[in-house]
Design a protein around this ligand. Sequence first.
Ligand SMILES: C[S@@+](CC[C@H](N)C(=O)[O-])C[C@H]1O[C@@H](n2cnc3c(N)ncnc32)[C@H](O)[C@@H]1O
Length: 343
Amino acid sequence: MKEFTEAEKQLLITVGWLANRYGLMAGIEAGSESTVENLKRFGNIWFGKYLVDWSEAYENLAAKNYLSETDGIFALTEKGKLARKAIEIDNPLWLYEYNNFFSKAVKSSAHALFCERVYSKNLCQHGLADVFQLNKLLEVLKLNAGYRVLDLGCGNGFITEYLQNQTGAFFQGIDISEEAIKQACQRTTEKNERLSFSVGNMNRLSFEPKIFDCIISIDTLYYVDNLEETMKQTIPILKPFGQMGIFYTQWISNLEDKENLLPENTALAIVLKKHSLKFTALDLTENEAEHWQKKVDVLEELKPQFEKEGNLDLYNYRLNEAVRYANWDLRKRSRYLYHIWLN
Ligand SMILES: C[S@@+](CC[C@H](N)C(=O)[O-])C[C@H]1O[C@@H](n2cnc3c(N)ncnc32)[C@H](O)[C@@H]1O
């Protein structure tokens, strides 16, 4: 996507996401229009320190027919929609989101305390898996020092490191966030030769065939561009009889779809069946319901600590997400740990 400047990329992404859940979580009401003011607000929240000056991008994108403007309201043209989609394969909104998150979270004692209370251990988590769930993962995978494991979407690697310490296996972590990987490498390179981290994209896995005994994904597959494509790419890099452990939450918007919450019908399960992969699913739905409420309660208790550190942005970021999912109708979600293996 060399034909776009960084500002143009950010603006196309923002116009694409403003009226979506990312707009809602930034406090922009549903149905809000893409005015310069709303776009800027969205940019400040999601791009944070990575935000660049968009002033020339509006005109440039309109001149190239990627953006249209009517009475101060911007919209993507058909050409703009295609461009945004292509940009987001390598440069998704959450690349900025997670760069922001990890750069703030790792330095925050309030956040460390938050993780300790919510997940029973501070591993700078962003997903939903607490120590109980991670131990369930280890129970099903039965890893040992002879295994080579790929952690897809490893964040800044504290969870990967924890799992490595528990099992002795060799772990390789990839994540799209350069900030997260920088932290993981700085902390572990030369200290633990059974850990390795690199920037990588789950939309394009580039590994030698048959090199991993196991692949894990802890709340990361929601971010891929095409779930079927990503899962298809995991199969050839696993050794024969290789296995996967995947935490996956299924949300539905309509009660009529509730069959889709069953372990054999989630979006992930459908893809697994399509590839004739065998799997079992451990139901963690109850844990998930408690998890979001716990996040809200702990955050409210720790608000003064976040405030004292000057980290109210981080506080609000975590709170907005937690409130959104704590209020989600319990009948409209399910969560599983999938254990998958090659024949
Ligand atoms: C919800 S967080 C989970 C992080 C960690 N596994 C945990 O449980 O705390 C999702 C992670 O996926 C990463 N991610 C999102 N899209 C990605 C992609 N296309 N390729 C690789 N990593 C990606 C994010 O940067 C983030 O670290």
